[in-house]
Structure formats: C-alpha cells, structure tokens
Design a protein around this ligand. Structure first.
Ligand code: UT7
Length: 399
C-alpha cells in the first residue's frame, strides 16, 4: 500500500502590490468598503514579462528545492489554473520545459478555485495506484488579466500568484488521507469566465458564425456565490473527515480557499470552530483562485503553524460550481534552507532553458535538412496527374 506524502512546498507572488486605495482611484469604491466586506487590503499583479507559466515555474522550483527532488526525477506535473496563457500547449507542459523535468507527464486541470484540491486528489491517486512515484501539483493564476477593471464587484477581489507542493509515494502511513470532490453545473452562471475561441467559420457562411458576443472577463453573482461558499465549506469538511474516519476535534488547521474573510468566519460558525483554526492570508494576496490554498499553505508553514503529525484540511470552492476538500497528515519538518543553496538550485534551470533552446534548434535543422516527410518523387508516383486519387496502395482505383 502506498501513501502520497507532501514533501515540498513553494510559492511565488509577483513584486507589484496593488492597494485598495489605488483601485479606488479608478472605480467607485473605498478601502474601507473593501476591507469591511472582504478583508482584502492588497493583491499582487503579474509584470508584463510574467505569465501563469512563469509564476507556476517559480513556485514549483521552490517546492522541488524544499523536497530535495531533482527535476529530472519528476514523473507528473499538474497545473490547476483558469488563466492559462494558451488552451494548448498546457501551462503544465511549459512548466515541464522550464524545469527540465524530462521524464514528466504534464497536464492542466480546470476546476476554478477548487482546482488545487482537485489536482492534489488526482496526483495522490496516481501515486497510491502506483502509476507515478511522485508529482508536482501547482495552482497558478494571472487573474488580473481576466478582470473587467470597471466592474467594482469583481476587480477588487482577485490577485495573481502561484503555489506548489511536491508529493511522493511511501509505504509509511500518512500524507493525503482522503479527498472529496463535488460539483453542481446548474450554478455555472454564477461565476463565469468565457473562453477565447469564439471565431466564426467563414467558409460555411453566417449560419456557422458564433453565438453572440462573449466578454473574456469574469462575471459573478456575488451574493449567491457567497451563500454557496459558506454552505459547501462546512459540508465538505465534514464529508472528508468522515471519509478519513476523523472527527473535527482531530483537525489542527483548516486551510480554505482565500476568497473573503466573511465567508471563512461564517463557515467557522457553522462548524462550531474558533476562526483561529482557519488559516487566513487573503488580506495581502486577494483571491488568487486555484493558487490560494498552496500559497496559504506556504504562509502557514512559514508562520510555524504546522507540526509533524498535524491533520490539515484543504477546502476549495468556486466556479463550476465546484468544491472539494482533502485531509492531509502533515509529516515533515521544514528543512533549514540557506540562501546560497537556493541560488545554486537555480543554475539547473538556466541549463534547462539552454537544453530547451537546443531541442528547438535541433527541430529546425531536422526540418530543413530532411525536408518534407513525404518526398516529392514518392508523392508524384502516388497521386495521378489529374489529382483525382492514388494509383496504388489502399484506396487506389484499379486501372
Ligand atoms: O473564489 C470564489 C469566488 N468568489 C467569491 O467567493 C466571492 C463571493 N462574494 C463576495 O465575496 C461578496 O458577495 C462581495 C464581496 C463580492 C460583495 O459583497 P456583498 O456584501 O455581497 O455586497 P453586495 O453584492 O450585496 O452589494 C451591496 C452593495 C451594492 O449596492 P446597493 O445595490 O446596495 O446600492 C453594490 O452595488 O455594495 C455595492 N458594491 C460596492 N460598493 C463599493 C459592490 N461592490 C462594491 C465595491 N465598492 N467594490
């Protein structure tokens, strides 16, 4: 029997801080209103050279360093995100390349703010089933790029960032003890981010032009999402504890998705727990969607709140509607990592970039030297001069 243990963690937040006061200069809101209704004071905004993939890479590299795992030994990379730079290639494949994780499978997972917990569950299942020995699970978002900065109901809430954990299989009991994943698509309209591919098909005429105008920004029915969130936090914490055969008294720390302090306070009341049992860092990060739980985990570790043998519950909720919880036996002591070691750790990623460039160059050269995979002469032999079909092989007409 294998268990999936968390052995590394890391986060990355962009440098640029955007305060409530700055936002209040462009939309009709105030710092006081935002703090009173959400608990948010500021959030981070990705720089022009940063993407969801670069944020994810930074978090993953730190997590691998803590884990003491070489990128070339990584077997699986999952990036939970709603803000990939492209539908494909997957952000996870970009991260694989930046890390030089040459043996890793990589894919993105879309479950909005529940994405990290979904991804943790998938990775844990891959390890316990024996399909992978380890996995890097990342939540990464550039929410600032999908906000309508004129909509005061949403633009005050979100921020950019990434967090990651490394999971490794072991025969020692512990690690991810149980997960519950849930969804309710009937509430899909409460929180939406339309995709980018709404191009018409001109050769088929107007009938196939797409269905109306889609704004590529988040829209949200805040009050209804608030009500949904407070219900599902308490339900899913209770469900996952039942699955793990634990009681609420066994839980040392709950790390919820960081959307709004009032949501967390209401959920704490429903669970009859002191709010101190919940880790909260939304004041400085805003809502970073799929990245919020792993970022909060790193902050909780830095604050010395997690000790070996603690039971920690992650609970996510958001668009879909979707919600999910995992209970994890925390069984590591943070290693003492000195700065020079960290800097040394980066060298391998410079090498990985060089390796990636060489592979790209190799493909260009191969394509130039070898030419078309179907050489002209063979093509001429197979296709009749009138272009009507093949002269031999499967599907050829008899002469
Ligand atoms: O990741 C998961 C996804 N999202 C969430 O978890 C968010 C869940 N929802 C919320 O956190 C809250 O609903 C919000 C913070 C978005 C809004 O707080 P609320 O207490 O639910 O406010 P409300 O939507 O009921 O609006 C109350 C009033 C309205 O004015 P009227 O109609 O009463 O005159 C809004 O127009 O507040 C107004 N309002 C604002 N006023 C100042 C809405 N946004 C703002 C704002 N500044 N930024």
């Amino acid at each position: 029997m294998k268990y999936a243990h968390i052995i590394g963690w890391g986060k990355y937040l962009p440098q640029r801080v955007l305060t409530n006061q700055e936002i209040s200069k462009t939309v009709d809101t105030t710092h006081e209103w935002i703090v009173a209704r959400t608990g948010i004071h500021e959030r981070r905004i990705a720089g022009t050279r940063e993407t969801t993939a670069t944020l994810a890479f930074e978090a993953a590299a730190r997590a691998l360093f803590v884990a003491g795992l070489h990128p070339s030994d990584v077997e699986l990379i999952i990036v939970a995100t709603s803000t990939p730079e492209s539908i494909f290639p997957a952000t996870a494949c970009q991260v694989q390349d930046y890390l030089g994780a040459t043996r890793a499978g990589a894919f993105d997972l879309s479950a909005a703010c529940s994405g990290f917990v979904y991804a943790l569950s998938m990775a844990s299942n891959a390890i316990t089933s024996g399909a992978a020995q380890n996995a890097v699970v990342i939540g990464a978002e550039t929410m600032s790029r999908v906000l309508d900065w004129q909509d005061r109901g949403t633009c005050i809430l979100f921020g950019d960032g990434a967090g990651a954990v490394v999971l490794e299989g072991s025969s020692i009991p512990g690690g991810v003890l149980a997960s519950t994943l849930r969804s309710d698509g009937s509430g899909g309209d409460l929180l939406r981010l339309p995709a980018v591919y709404h191009n018409p098909v001109p050769i088929l005429g107007g009938e196939f032009s797409q269905n109306g105008h889609h704004k590529n920004t988040i829209s949200m029915k805040g009050r209804q999402v608030f009500r949904f969130a407070t219900n599902v936090i308490s339900d899913s914490v209770q469900d996952v504890l039942r699955d793990a055969q634990l009681s609420i008294d066994d839980v040392d720390l709950i790390i919820p998705h960081q959307a709004n302090v009032r949501i967390i306070e209401t959920a704490a009341k429903r669970l009859k727990l002191p709010v101190e049992r919940f880790f909260i860092n939304v004041a400085r990060t805003g809502n970073t969607s799929a990245a919020s739980i792993p970022i909060a985990l790193c902050d909780a570790v830095d604050a010395g709140l997690l000790h070996p043998d603690d039971n920690v519950v992650f609970v996510g909720f958001g668009g879909g509607l979707s919600w999910a919880a995992s209970v994890v036996k925390w069984d590591v002591t943070p290693p003492d990592l000195s700065l020079p070691d960290r800097e040394w750790g980066r060298v391998r990623y410079v090498l990985a970039r060089g390796r990636s460039r060489l592979r790209q160059l190799g493909r260009h050269v191969a394509s130039f030297v070898e030419g078309s995979p179907t050489p002209d002469a063979r093509l001429r032999e197979r296709i009749r001069p009138d272009g009507r079909g093949r002269t031999h092989g499967r599907g050829a007409k008899k002469r």
